[in-house]
Structure formats: C-alpha cells, structure tokens
Design a binder for this molecule. Structure first.
Ligand code: ACM
Length: 725
C-alpha cells in the first residue's frame, strides 16, 4: 500500500487531521480548494477523501493493470464487471505488468499493509493520468474497487439495453474526480440478516442480496435457515427436515381453498436449499467478501424440525403439520441425549458447509411452558444437575458452544442466551434493544447490536399506503442512519462490540421484490454507521449522496424505497382515507398485514392493531347528509401470542355476519352508523360495503370504527373509508 502521511500509517487509526490538518466544518462538506464534496457520492463515506485537480477519464479501452500479486485480479475484474453492467464491452483489457506503467491506466495493486491496518482498508489515488487502488489484503482491494465503481457512477445512466449494446453505440467517458482516499472500517461486523425460514427466497436472490451488500461494504450475512414455519437447509443425515419441514399450508381461508390438483389438498408453500446450492452461495459470498453466519434455532422456534422428527419434541402430541402462524410457539426441543446427538449431527453438516468462525444457534423466545410441564424434562434436569428451566437453556447453550469450540468455531446467539449463562467465547446478538449488548460486554462477551425496532428492516419505512406489509412501527431511513452503535457504557468500552446488523424478518415479507424494498436504502444507512468514522456521519450529506445511490440501485435492478424523498401525503376530507391514514385506537401490536386473497395478483394491505382492531378517522367533517363508504377485508388471525390473546375483546354481533359500527368522538356509546358485513362475509378479498348515511354534526369529529364478530379468526380490517357530502 502506498504510504500515507507519516503520522497516519495505520489505516485503521485514520483521523481527519492526518491529511487535511483538521476536521471540516461539515463532515461531507465541500473542500474549500476544489469545490468537491469530501464524500463524493460514496456510501459508506470514506474515512478520508482529499480532492485533487482535474479528473481521470475512463473510456471503453482504458487498461486495468495488475502489477504484482495476481490475486489483485479478482478485485479488478469485479470492478470491470460492475462498470460493464452499464457500459457493456468496456474495460476488457485486464493484464499483469512488470511494474507501474506511465500509460493512463487503472492499477490494482496488492502491497504490504502498514502494521495494525485493518485487512479491509485500502487507498485510492486518482490523477488525470492514473488511478491506483492499493491495499494490503484482497479484502481491502475489493473494497477499493467498489469505491472506484461508486466514483464512476456520477456519469452512469440506465443500463444499456440489449439493442443498444448490439448496435455498440459509443457511450461517453466516465469521469473519476482526482482525489486521494484512505479508508478503513469502523466495525468488523457489518451485517444483514435474511430470514429465509418464514418466506423462502431463491438461491439466485440470496446471491443478488449478497452482491448488493458487498457494494456497500457489508460483510456478514446472518442467514436464518430454520424456524417454526420452515426448515430450509438440506441435512443429509435427516432428510425429513426438508422433505417434511420445508413445507406448509399458508394461513387463511384463501389458501385453504387453493387446492393443488396434484394432491387434492391445499397447495403447499415452501422450499429449501440443497447442499450444492449452499456451497455455491457460500463460495459466491466469499468472492464478495461476505461471511455467512448460518442460524439453526434451538431450543425454541423448532416446530418444523419437531414435525419432521416428533421424537425431538417434548410433548406426546407433537404438532401434526408445519405451522403457518407467526409469533412464539411453545414447541421446544427436548433434552434427551439423542436430541443433543441430532443437533450435533446437524451442526457438523452446517460446519462443513459454512467455513466462517461463527455459528448462530438462536436461543430467543424459548418460552419454557413445555419444559415446565414435562415430568421427563424434570427427570433429565435432575440427571444433569440443572436447577431451573432457564438454567437448562444455559446447559443447552453451553453444550452446543462446547461442541462448536471443539471444532474450532464460536457460538453466537440472541440475547436471551445470557439468561441461562453462556460459554465464555460466545457472542451475543442484542435484539431486545441494546441492553443485551451492554450486559454481554460487561460480562466480557463480544456483542453485535441488532435492536428491535430500529434495525428491524421488516418495520415500515414510511406511512404511505403503498408501503409493503411489515411491522407497523415506522423506522425511517433517518432513524437507521441515526442509530448509535455505541450506546451508554459501550461508548467507553468498545472492545467487545463486533458491530451491528439489520434484521430482515420475513413473516410479512412474502416476495423477493419486497425483501429488496425493505432492505434498501436502509441498509446503505446501516453500512455507513458500521463503516464510516463517527465524525463522517452527516445525515444531510448522506441525503445529497442518495440520488447517486438510487441511480446505482436502479442500474443493479434493486427494487428500493424512495420514501425519503416522498412529499407529505395529503388527504382531503372527501378523499379515500386508506387504512394507513387512519389512527389505531390504542396501538399495542400494530402490524401492516396483507390480505390472504386473491391468491394471484395484488392484495390489499391493512394497518391493524391485532390486540384491538379499532380505527379512528380524526377530525372528520360531517355535512348534514354525509355518506360513508367503507371497504373491508378479512385477514387470518394467525398469531401465537400466548396468554395475551385473552386480552382481546370481541364486540358481539347483532347478525350472523357481524357489523362495522361507527361512533362519534369516542369508541363508547351508541353507534351513529352500522354497516352490515353480510355482503363481505364470503369474499376473501376486499369488499366495498353499501354506503350508509351519517347524521350531520357541526365542527370536526373523530370517527371510531369497530367491528363486531364472534370469533377472532378471521379478523376484519378496514381497507379504506370515504365520507362524501
Ligand atoms: C427475535 O427477533 N426474536 C430475535
């Protein structure tokens, strides 16, 4: 690596003062001498960027040189491939050369790193004559190539179409501004978690997801491969895990009516990754500097495995089919020696497939009802000398941790593992806020911050009715950007903070397109928090870089959200108010749920508090003869919420199909309008109910909407409400 100024030899320790003599007033602000923003259009913002004079022009025939280590070729080729996605046929000349060349060229060079440098650090020097990307490690060189591609993107338009490339029209040169970048990551774990258990994504999508991560210098993919609703990893020794455990009937009446002609039964949803596919994905990830951390959930979130092999469960009446409910099931693995042997066999195959240091064993939400109720589990606890069910989970975790350690790996688990005690080398993933990371670090364990709700990418990122379904809380791009990865005492005790991770749970993320949308651009914000030095974090500068980011995402075919630039939604008094425009009455467990029908085609999305399905239209204007029209749908109540279910109050119906009752100013008292639900009773999709009149009342009034119904499932929901004079 080319030597930086003498006092900043270790790229990992770079500070602004090294090159510029002090931090700029605005972290990404314009360089006074050259007028270029010091973050250019790079995400994540590089640690240091000093603008130069002029620009290097990349043309179709620009040569890419690899003067020393042929290993530099991978990074150079990846860079050229990226350029070719928008500029087909460009940069085909990639060659080794005996030394530095004087010709205009892009040079990728692996050199010895300064001592103490992060293997992910790199340096780029751009002058009008040459571009030199150098690093001490292939990982750093790879990221140098990524940054260089981002620097090119200011001049990139839409990808060339097949017809254009066939005609070989000449594309204008790409300009890379002259500059000097010295860059290194803030944290070593910059992750995303993809839940492939609740909804399955194709191997091709998983690889595209990894590619998008790499382009933002994200380097860990947590891969959630097993859960109650599906086991997605082929395990040679236990084929029923995927033959049986990978398939379920989706919840709801529409899916129950969707009969598969091949079986005469409701069509099954599912899929799994063969070991060959996993090897392909792991190898692809390695080429993108991404380590996959596979997650095999235990002792809870185990229903699919127990359905496949009932002897693994606690109960004599194990679940008969892979469930399609969301939430927390009570099904836990039992603690027989045979079950530990099964889990070790599974982990042995997992370790063979995934070479990374960490194996995730879940550990979250293992409610102990079944263990508490089982005489056999208590007998085992006595045999094992374990005093409580929490300690039994600790025993479980220790045992798995020892097995992994004996094979040279480390256990990572969700923060609940702290409750039963964890092996000393285990890492903790803090999801119930950041407290788990703080407690883990205090106890000497490494930690990754991935707290709900801020880094839960299945939360909505805006309030528009066109937002896909997900958790009802809104976690905007700005919320993710402003996440503090070193909260409280961690600010003074960073040694155990490995980094951070955004989690894309997919209960409500049914399609790959939506998985992309929920992830981007919030993962770009997360990447910047995880990579850039704190002094370089600047929300307004980040937003200035977003147009280039969006252009890049578009050129890659990523379905991303541009909600950050959406104008505030305004809904007139007589317009349709979609359910996302209404307020929920108390807002305990608000979800943005998709209708279960139609099976094919677009489905409505309802904002609904499943604990209290009740909505308010605030400040409605009621003329003397207001007509009220409401469109309603029904969603399956497929939630395992334990005893909380008892708190849900149902209003008794007056007729068999039930009614939608509308009240003025509060949800108590007599309704001012009642809309019978009979016209919608047998429609799985949305029904516009016949309009009713609402008595006039001067001034603005809140309208409360509540359904009457005898059973929780399905639950009625409002699609839209309209008041007309
Ligand atoms: C989790 O969200 N249960 C880790």
């Amino acid at each position: 690596m080319r030597r930086p100024a003498p006092d900043c030899r270790a790229a990992a320790l770079l500070v602004w003062g090294c090159v510029t003599g002090g931090p700029p007033a605005h972290a990404g602000g314009p360089d006074a001498a050259h007028g270029i923003r010091t973050t250019a259009d790079i995400i994540p913002a590089p640690a240091q960027l000093v603008p130069g004079r002029g620009a290097f022009l990349v043309s179709e025939r620009t040569v890419v040189w690899l003067p020393r280590d042929p290993g530099a070729g991978e990074s150079a080729r990846y860079f050229a491939d990226l350029v070719r996605r928008t500029h087909p046929g460009w940069l085909t000349a990639i060659a080794g050369s005996p030394g530095r060349t004087k010709r205009p060229a892009i040079v990728f060079d692996l050199e010895r790193a300064p001592p103490g440098a992060s293997p992910e650090s790199y340096e780029i020097r751009v002058t009008p004559r040459q571009v030199v990307v150098s690093a001490g490690d292939r990982r750093g060189l790879f990221y140098g190539g990524v940054t260089l591609w981002q620097l090119c993107t200011a001049g990139m338009g839409a990808p060339a179409t097949g017809a254009q490339s066939a005609r070989r029209i000449t594309l204008p040169a790409l300009q890379i501004p002259a500059l000097h970048i010295i860059d290194a990551p803030r944290f070593r774990w910059r992750g995303l978690m993809l839940d492939s258990a609740r909804h399955f994504q194709s191997p091709e999508f998983v690889m595209r997801y990894i590619d998008w991560m790499a382009l933002h210098k994200l380097n860990v993919l947590g891969w959630h491969l097993t859960d109650d609703q599906g086991w997605r990893l082929e395990v040679k020794k236990y084929p029923r895990l995927t033959e049986v455990g990978a398939w379920r009937v989706p919840a709801g009446r529409a899916a129950a009516r969707d009969i598969d002609p091949a079986t005469g039964r409701p069509r099954l949803y599912g899929g799994y990754y063969s070991q060959d596919e996993v090897r392909r994905i792991v190898s692809f990830a390695a080429s993108r500097n991404v380590t996959i951390v596979p997650e095999i959930e235990m002792p809870g979130h185990a229903s699919a495995a127990i359905v496949a092999y009932p002897q693994l469960g606690v109960m004599s009446d194990p679940p008969p089919a892979v469930p399609s409910d969301w939430g927390v099931f009570t099904n836990l693995f039992n603690v027989e020696e045979s079950t530990f042997a099964f889990l070790e066999d599974v982990l042995a195959e997992v370790m063979e497939l995934f070479p990374g240091q960490f194996i995730h064993v879940g550990g979250d939400e293992a409610v102990k009802d079944q263990w508490q109720a089982s005489a056999r589990v208590h007998e085992r606890m006595r045999e094992l000398g374990v005093a409580s069910e929490d300690a039994l989970q600790g025993y479980f975790t220790h045992r798995m941790g020892e097995y992994l350690r004996a094979h040279g790996r480390r256990l990572v688990g969700w923060d609940e593992i702290l409750e039963g005690g964890v092996p000393p080398d285990a890492a903790v993933m803090s999801w119930r806020g950041v407290q788990g990371a703080i407690a883990a670090a205090a106890a000497g364990h490494d930690a990754v911050l991935s707290p709900d709700p801020t880094l839960y990418l299945d939360s909505r990122q805006g309030r528009s009715p066109s937002e896909p379904p997900g958790r009802g809380t809104v976690e905007t791009l700005a919320d993710v950007y402003h996440f503090d990865p070193l909260p409280g005492p961690l600010a003074g005790d960073q040694a155990h903070v490995l980094g951070l991770q955004g989690n894309l749970w997919t209960e409500h993320v049914r399609t790959e397109e939506r998985a992309a949308y929920m992830t981007w651009p919030r993962a770009a914000a997360l990447a910047e928090v995880g990579w850039s030095p704190p002094g370089r974090l600047d929300w307004s500068d980040f937003t200035l870089r977003l147009p280039a980011e969006f252009r890049r995402l578009k050129s890659l075919g990523v379905h991303y959200s541009d909600d950050v630039f959406a104008p505030p939604r305004s809904v007139g008094p007589h317009d349709r108010h979609m359910s996302q425009d209404l307020k929920t009455c108390t807002g305990k467990l608000v979800l943005s749920l998709e209708d279960d029908a139609p099976i094919e085609g677009a489905r409505a999305v309802f904002l609904i508090d499943i604990m209290n399905p009740c909505w308010m239209l605030p400040a409605a204007e009621l003329s003397p003869t207001s007509r009220l029209t409401v469109a309603v749908g029904q969603v399956p109540f497929n939630f395992q919420i334990g005893k909380d279910i008892e708190a849900i109050k149902l209003d008794p119906p007056r007729t068999a199909a039930g009614e939608l009752e509308v009240r003025l100013d509060s949800c108590d008292g007599d309704p001012v309008a009642v809309l019978p639900l009979a016209p919608a009773a047998d429609n799985d999709a949305v029904t516009e109910l016949p309009p009713v009149s609402v008595p006039g009342a001067p001034g603005a009034h809140d309208l409360c909407f509540r359904f009457t119904q005898r059973t929780l499932d399905p639950t009625w929901a409002i699609d839209w409400v309209q008041l007309s004079p």
